[in-house]
Design a protein around this ligand. Structure first.
Ligand SMILES: *[C@@H]1O[C@H](CO)[C@@H](O)[C@H](O)[C@H]1NC(C)=O
Ligand SMILES: *[C@@H]1O[C@H](CO)[C@@H](O)[C@H](O)[C@H]1NC(C)=O
Ligand SMILES: *[C@@H]1O[C@H](CO)[C@@H](O)[C@H](O)[C@H]1NC(C)=O
Ligand SMILES: *[C@@H]1O[C@H](CO)[C@@H](O)[C@H](O)[C@H]1NC(C)=O
Length: 398
């Protein structure tokens, strides 16, 4: 882009602003890699966090490079991922313990004998498990979109990425973008994968975060430079991790019928006031399934529970999951309008963060409805103006 601008005949472009830009030998936007350390636009911390659930997986296959890049373009505060392991102990970004639903593993003859049945947290699951494939084998597969009603054109185009690749995407972003990795299925992974020196899955997970400089408690200087939330459904993982790092953690909370995978506690136990009192020594918040906050019947919402009020009384943040634009996920109360849904959760329920498959929609909603601080507004409109000018320039560039 820079080289085209440099060659542009300045004198044929009349407007002053175009003249200045047209003559410049440098690209219009500064290259992020050339900016001095610390000068990237910081994480916003005054509005509920926009957590890009598995990247912008509403558009691209989940947990892939383009899904994460898109989420960053669309305004994600945090990019979210599920961390699992390969057979050879490399941490990867992948949601299911089996590869069947979101890769093309089924089409390879050479892998046909890898199908297994394992007990995963008390349920027998059959399929091709990530823990039976080396990283190299996993990377030879192609991923696909999970839901049939989403764009299928990217199926077969992208590969599984590692946890380290994921971190690199966040660190390369043109502004500060946080990461929000989950220690996924730790009981199962620790049963199936063994690391050297008696290290366990959680140790490897924290080791990688430390390797890339992630450290510091919530809102500390170190944290703001490279923000991260660690999430897990397993209380024992959270307590283990709290011994290794002071990064903030979030306890995920499942449906009311599902016990914790490690401690076999009920939903009611882990959402009691006495439990919140205990767990708040280790976590800064909870990540509940949204129907536990506002139960729904026949796709209509009922009266909200007191979960958010009680969590807030313990100074715990609440980041519910998962918000999806498609009509089949939006309760009828919202007139099939995702903005009404965001409005309700942000301004009535008053959550502190939202896991969404559609980062762009949540970002637009917040941008168009919040009273941004004056400085922020200025920056926003200045950057919008730059963007508009840059778009106007495009016809002159080649
Ligand atoms: C899983 O399969 C094994 C072997 O067939 C069986 O013994 C066990 O009871 C099953 N477990 C569950 C939870 O169904
Ligand atoms: C945390 O570290 C302390 C001190 O080293 C140790 O006594 C304790 O057992 C550790 N807890 C966990 C859960 O690993
Ligand atoms: C978990 O707890 C329930 C009771 O709440 C019990 O029936 C079940 O056997 C327990 N499961 C395990 C694996 O301990
Ligand atoms: C904008 O930010 C600067 C420094 O961050 C501060 O000094 C100034 O008062 C702010 N201006 C407004 C209008 O808030």
């Amino acid at each position: 882009m820079g080289k085209f601008l440099g060659a542009a005949p300045c004198f044929t472009i009349p407007m002053l602003v175009l003249l200045i830009v047209g003559c410049a030998a440098r690209p219009f936007y500064p290259l992020p890699s050339r900016l001095p350390e610390g000068s990237r636009h910081p994480l916003q911390t005054t509005r509920p966090y926009n957590i890009a659930h598995r990247g912008s997986n509403g558009e691209f296959p989940e947990e892939t490079l383009p899904a994460y890049k898109r989420a960053i373009e669309e305004g994600a505060d945090f990019i979210e991922t599920d961390v699992l392991s390969s057979k050879d102990g490399v941490l990867i970004c992948f949601h299911d313990v089996t590869l069947d639903q979101t890769t093309d593993v089924g089409k390879y003859k050479k892998f046909a004998n890898r199908r297994r049945t394992y007990d995963v947290q008390g349920v027998n699951i059959t399929g091709f498990f990530t823990v039976d494939f080396t990283l190299k084998e996993l990377q030879s597969l192609k991923v696909k979109q999970r839901f049939p009603f989403r764009d299928q054109q990217y199926n077969g185009k992208f590969s599984i990425i590692t946890f380290e690749d994921f971190i690199a995407i966040a660190l390369d972003a043109p502004r500060v973008v946080g990461i929000y990795p989950e220690i996924k299925n730790p009981v199962f992974i620790n049963q199936r994968v063994k690391w050297r020196d008696g290290k366990i899955f959680e140790d490897k997970f924290v080791e990688i975060l430390k390797k890339y400089g992630y450290k510091g408690s919530y809102l500390s200087k170190d944290w703001l430079r490279q923000p991260a939330f660690i999430q897990s459904f397993a209380p024992t993982s959270i307590i283990h991790v709290s011994n290794l790092t002071d990064l903030p953690q979030i306890l995920l909370i499942d449906d009311t019928t599902i016990p914790t995978q490690d401690t076999n506690q009920t939903y009611w136990e882990i959402t009691s006031d006495s439990y919140f009192n205990y767990i708040k020594k280790y976590v800064v918040g909870i990540g509940p399934w949204k129907d536990t906050i506002v139960p729904a019947v026949n796709n209509y919402m009922l009266t909200p529970t007191d979960l958010v009020t009680r969590a807030h009384a313990h100074n715990l943040q609440v980041h519910p999951y998962t918000f999806r634009n498609e009509h089949n996920f939006v309760h009828f109360n919202f007139h099939q309008d995702s903005y009404e849904e965001f409005d309700y959760w942000i301004n009535t329920i008053r959550v502190d963060g939202i896991f969404t498959d559609f980062t762009g929609s949540l970002h637009h909603f917040k941008k168009w409805t919040s009273n941004l601080p004056p400085n922020d507004t200025e920056e926003q409109s200045a950057s919008d103006l730059l963007h508009k000018i840059s778009v106007m320039l495009n016809p002159y560039r080649s």
